[in-house]
Design a protein around this ligand. Structure first.
Ligand code: IPM
Ligand code: MN
Length: 371
């Protein structure tokens, strides 16, 4: 298959983790005889520095002209501590999601057996966790009308949803549940918010089209508690934009590191793949950022084009790196391996999964991955 992929590395650790995902994709292209080309474009703080715009017109053009987008991370502390900044790196990501109509953000959360001891949560609670979060991505409080009074003393953000916006992501969530454990949990705050009551009404109606899928409801405060109390009760979680943002960071604790969580953002026409972690500015350039979330986002990209076998090969290579503890400091305090060495290992393993060739003790010494 021929794929043109837009690469938007963004800020902080974005460029270094995205580089590792590209290595994995290049290894796949070679092994499976595909042709993947990569077109880089700036977004976020780096784009503001270069052009004054967090999403330059040219970057959007590149995204619209390619088959899929691989996104790194966004954000820079020089904007975080300045509430008066009118131009912010995050606007680049939000405009990208809105302009490309990426209304569904899919975030898988899994407890890997090999990492079960790494999570701060108890093994018996997290073992077997396998959740798919469907977060609405182009509506709600993120995109509703914003208001700041002249005197700067009053502000508001409107949370607005239409029936259509709810329906289109709800269908995707129910379809996903059909291929999994046939359960959808709608997370909302219907005891307080009118918009959440609309979600309940619309989703209850859609559930009738999927009689084999069980639908239940949880208020978001309770869901936040249930997520770490009994994550095994969840299959597909369907929720609005901001609740999904918060719940998915919380869910990352189950896997042992936020550096493991990948995501796909899809719409009717375009698709973008990105780790759920942020730009982690303190780690920039130190080679300590975990590239696995980005590499697993590349696997989701392959899934999107029905390259299922290829995606499985990437996931197997990731699992092998976890099993052999070829991991960055978030997962491994004794023999840490750098971001790019983890990427090298995974790419090498894709090309040569034959265990007997691996000399992983050398990897911990920072030497070659394969002898
Ligand atoms: C995410 C991020 C973004 C969001 C930020 C960077 C705007 O936290 O993708 O989860 O809030 O959606
Ligand atoms: Mn987030």
């Amino acid at each position: 298959m021929k794929l043109n992929i837009a690469v938007l590395p963004g800020d902080g650790i974005g460029p270094e983790v995205t580089k590792q995902a590209i290595k994995a994709l290049q290894a796949i292209a070679l092994e499976f005889d595909h042709s993947f080309s990569f077109t880089h474009a700036p977004v976020g703080a780096i784009a503001i520095d270069e052009t004054g715009n967090p999403l330059p017109e040219k970057t959007l053009d590149v995204c619209e002209a390619t088959d899929a987008i691989l996104f790194g991370a966004i954000g820079d502390p020089k904007y975080d501590n300045n509430p008066d900044a009118k131009i912010r790196p995050e606007q680049g990501l939000l405009r990208l999601r809105k302009s490309l109509g990426l209304f569904a953000n899919i975030r898988p959360v899994k407890a890997y057996d090999t990492l079960i001891e790494k999570s701060p949560l108890k093994k018996n609670i997290i073992q077997g966790t396998d959740i798919s979060i469907y977060r609405e991505l182009t509506g709600g409080i993120y995109f509703g009308e914003k208001f700041l009074s002249e005197d700067g003393d009053t502000a508001s953000d409107l949370c607005l949803y239409t029936k259509k916006e709810i329906e289109r992501i709800a269908h995707l969530a129910f379809k996903a549940a059909q291929t999994r454990k046939n359960k959808v949990t709608l997370v909302d705050k219907a005891n307080v918010l009118e918009s959440s009551r609309l979600w309940r009404k619309v989703v209850t109606e859609i559930a009738k089209d999927y009689p084999e899928v069980a639908l239940d409801f949880l208020f978001v405060d309770n869901a936040a508690m249930q997520m770490i109390l009994n994550p095994n009760q969840f299959d597909v979680i369907l929720t609005e934009n901001m609740f999904g943002d918060i719940i998915s960071d919380e869910a990352s604790v189950i896997g042992g590191s936020i550096g493991l969580l990948a995501s796909a953002s899809v719409g009717d026409k375009y698709a973008m793949f990105e780790p759920i972690h942020g730009s982690y500015p303190q780690a920039t350039g130190k080679g300590i950022a975990n590239p696995i979330a980005s590499i697993l986002s590349a696997a989701m990209l392959l899934d999107h084009f029905d390259l299922t076998e290829e995606a499985t090969v990437i996931r197997k290579a990731v699992e092998k790196s976890l099993l052999l503890n070829i991991t960055t400091p978030d997962l491994n305090t004794e023999h840490t391996v750098s971001t790019s060495k983890v990427g090298d290992f995974i790419a090498d393993y894709i090309s040569n999964p034959n265990d007997s060739n691996l000399n992983f003790s050398n990897i911990h010494l920072g030497q070659s991955t394969i002898i």
